[in-house]
Write a protein that binds this ligand. Structure first.
Ligand code: TRP
Length: 401
């Protein structure tokens, strides 16, 4: 089976410089993707300090450092979710993962770390969709292989620490044939969008498999609580979707069809991408050799990858660096620390020292290496405790105790 450059059409109508689709992410220069431009283009809302104040007032929690630092930067109707919380009304969380490889890299961790935090703060149900069918259609994978990768990934996902009492994880290839209500919602959504609209949103063309053209309805369906009768009966419970910004086209479509099905529009929180080691023009990707730190890497592999590949904003010689300082706006190690160093004061100190030249690239990299080694170690310990029985618990549809 061959895969096709689906994004071709979309690319043509993009502003020449940056391309963000569910299949391709390219920024304009080494400073990376212009996320403000993206907000304008997609028509979402920037997360404002006022919104974060309201979050704190209602939940009693400080915003996550992803929110404070603009890593989760944009939303749709998150204010509405806060109102529900304020009024004590129910809602649920929905996120997902396309199992394209056997394990996750640090970039994949960002939405899951954030979703785990949201579940802790709001204490609400969470559904996690594994789109093994999507990867079968888009990648050179058999159904068996895509489904197998999904189960491997589920173990990684569970290791983020989701609440087993309130989390339901499912693979499309298993759940769709077994849940009538889910499939009925898919069919309803499929009847709301014609080819012309799908082409405009996703860039399909006449060479796209018809499976790909209808897939967006499958990613849309979990946004509606009636797709999960074992969790919600036939109640229409609103949904909040934390996802990377490249998934927004799916949910623009979902929000468009929701009122026509008399269902609530899902709210969204969008995250930016963790840059590739080589530089911020593109996101971390498992298919690019050495662009990614994997959650299964050893401490030594992490050290080697960062030292060898992490794009540096430092100067060519120590003398020059001491005199002029490093450029944190292009330095990948610094960017990673903004994702993974939670301590604001420590991060500010590093920024100041690196920009003044007091800190050298090697020293900056050392801090990042230690940080990532720590996170990966904790993750691997938690992953080692996940058994087949744990997986079953998260995928079970019988009432949770
Ligand atoms: N399409 C996503 C991917 O390739 C997987 C996914 C399915 C998803 N549903 C989602 C991601 C909801 C975020 C939110 O990874």
């Amino acid at each position: 089976m061959t895969t096709q450059p689906l994004e071709k059409n979309l690319e043509n109508c993009e502003i020449a410089e940056q391309v963000i689709t569910p299949w391709d992410v390219k920024g304009e220069d080494e400073k990376g993707i212009d996320y403000d431009k993206l907000i304008k283009k997609f028509g979402s809302q920037k997360i404002s300090p006022e919104l974060l104040d309201r979050f704190t007032k209602i939940t009693g929690h400080e915003p996550h450092h992803f929110l404070r630092r603009g890593i989760v930067f944009s939303h749709r109707d998150f204010d509405h979710i806060l109102t529900l919380k304020e009024q004590g009304k129910p809602f649920y969380l929905y996120t997902g993962r396309g199992p394209s490889s056997g394990s996750l890299h640090m970039g994949h961790c960002v939405p899951f770390m954030f979703t785990k935090w949201l579940q802790d703060v709001f204490d609400v149900p969470l559904v996690i969709q594994m789109t093994d069918d999507e990867k079968f259609l888009w990648k050179d994978l058999s159904l068996e292989e895509a489904n197998r990768l999904a189960y491997l990934n589920i173990k990684d996902i569970i290791a983020f620490g989701f609440n087993p009492e309130k989390t339901f994880i499912f693979c499309d290839l298993d759940y769709i044939p077994s849940c009538k209500e889910f499939y009925w919602n898919i069919a309803r959504i499929q009847k709301c969008v014609n080819f012309n609209q799908a082409q405009k949103i996703f860039g399909f063309d006449e060479t796209s498999y018809i499976g790909k053209v209808s897939f967006p309805a499958i990613q849309a369906a979990p946004s509606f609580s009636t797709s999960f009768p074992h969790l919600f009966g036939n109640r229409k419970v609103p949904c909040l979707i934390p996802c990377a910004i490249d998934q927004d086209p799916y949910f623009r479509m979902t929000r468009d069809v929701a009122p026509r099905l008399s269902l609530p529009k899902p709210a969204l929180l969008h995250s930016t991408f963790l840059p590739a080691l080589q530089g911020a023009q593109t996101k971390m990707s498992s298919s690019e050799v050495n662009s990614a730190v994997e959650v299964c890497d050893t401490a030594n592999q992490i050290k080697k990858k960062i030292n060898k590949y992490a794009f540096s904003g430092g100067k060519v010689s120590v003398e020059e660096h001491r005199e002029f300082g490093g450029d944190t706006s292009v330095d990948v190690s610094f960017k990673y620390l903004t994702f993974f160093e939670e301590d604001d004061a420590k991060l500010a100190q590093i920024k100041g020292d690196y920009e003044s030249g007091a800190m050298l690239t090697g020293e900056l990299k050392k801090l990042l290496i230690e940080k990532l080694q720590g996170i990966v170690k904790t993750f691997q310990e938690s992953r080692a405790a996940v058994t087949d029985a744990t997986v079953e618990q998260f995928m079970s549809r019988s009432p949770k105790s």
